[in-house]
Design a protein around this ligand. Structure first.
Ligand SMILES: Cc1cc2nc3c(=O)[nH]c(=O)nc-3n(C[C@H](O)[C@H](O)[C@H](O)COP(=O)(O)O)c2cc1C
Length: 267
């Protein structure tokens, strides 16, 4: 099993203590786990410059692809991913947000359908859960199948010592994450995910090759494997959720063709 750790904090502080502990619990569950770490502060990923190449012509054309492309490959090759972030101003760090900005094209063309995450945040007192939920909402949007959250207030700048209660709760969460990753089971998506997925599926038909403002989205959504299903073909969708997907697909098609709705770009 391969576990990738993406450290969104600019140092190894309170949050990293929980990550190290999680690593320890994981190794106790399976001593053959291969760990890999990405420390975003070492990656020197520039800010997204808003060229929109990723949306229009493909993410390989991102001026920062040499960094982003490598991280995408690492996420893709991992069985489970731990995202760690300090809470800054009630949200994830700018380092992690910057990575997510570079992955925004996947909100249009979700990708990581087999990925499962454990999100670890710490906060001084408040906002840690909001930060974790913000991370989860991005990960779910880009396709992640399951996200587990562990968030704790530390009441400390850099001298956090998790007590036994916290360690016990972390152990339980790590166990759950591990068992799910190990099962390789892909869970049926929530309806709240089927709505944006199918809106994009319908709306993007206005941007297929040959249309005035063709984009990579238009190519993605007309690929045979995506045309007839309300979610990624490899993920089973509960039968009662499927009509919701189809309904929003039809709404998306109408919205995509409505006057004044076309998303233009300078040619
Ligand atoms: C720039 C900055 C912003 C912060 N914002 C918050 C916040 O919104 N809410 C809060 O309770 N603590 C906040 N804190 C405190 C940290 O979240 C807290 O000390 C955390 O455990 C530090 O984790 P780290 O050592 O892994 O960086 C902030 C700290 C810094 C340096």
């Amino acid at each position: 099993m391969k576990i990738l750790i993406i450290n969104g904090s600019a140092h190894k502080g309170n949050t990293w203590k929980l990550v190290k502990q999680s690593k320890h619990y994981l190794m106790k569950l399976n001593n053959e786990i291969e760990f890999d770490e990405v420390h975003l502060f070492e990656e020197n990923l520039p800010f997204c410059i808003g060229c929109s190449n990723c949306f229009r012509v493909g993410h390989e054309k991102c001026p920062h692809y040499s960094v982003v492309g490598e991280i995408i490959k690492k996420i893709e090759n991992a069985d489970g991913i731990i995202f760690a972030s300090t809470t800054y101003n009630m949200r994830e760090t700018a380092l992690l947000k910057n990575l997510f900005d570079h992955l925004c094209f996947m909100l249009h063309r979700p990708y990581f359908f087999r990925s499962k995450a454990l999100i670890i945040t710490t906060t001084g007192g408040v906002g840690g859960r909001a930060a974790a939920k913000s991370i989860r909402s991005t990960l779910k949007g880009i396709g992640f199948n399951r996200c587990y959250i562990f968030s704790k207030p530390t009441f400390s700048w850099n001298a956090y010592e998790p007590n036994n209660r916290v360690l016990k709760a972390l152990h339980k969460r790590v166990n759950k994450f591990y068992r799910d990753v190990n099962s390789k089971k892909l869970h049926s998506p929530d309806v709240s995910l089927l709505i944006p997925y199918n809106l994009f599926r319908g709306m993007s038909l206005a941007y297929v090759p040959g249309t005035e403002y063709e984009t990579k989205d238009g190519v993605y959504w007309t690929e045979e494997c995506r045309r007839k299903t309300v979610y990624a073909p490899e993920v089973n969708v509960s039968f009662y959720k499927k009509p919701v997907g189809w309904l929003f697909y039809e709404i998306g098609k109408i919205a995509g063709n409505m006057k004044g709705m076309a998303v233009t770009y300078r040619k």
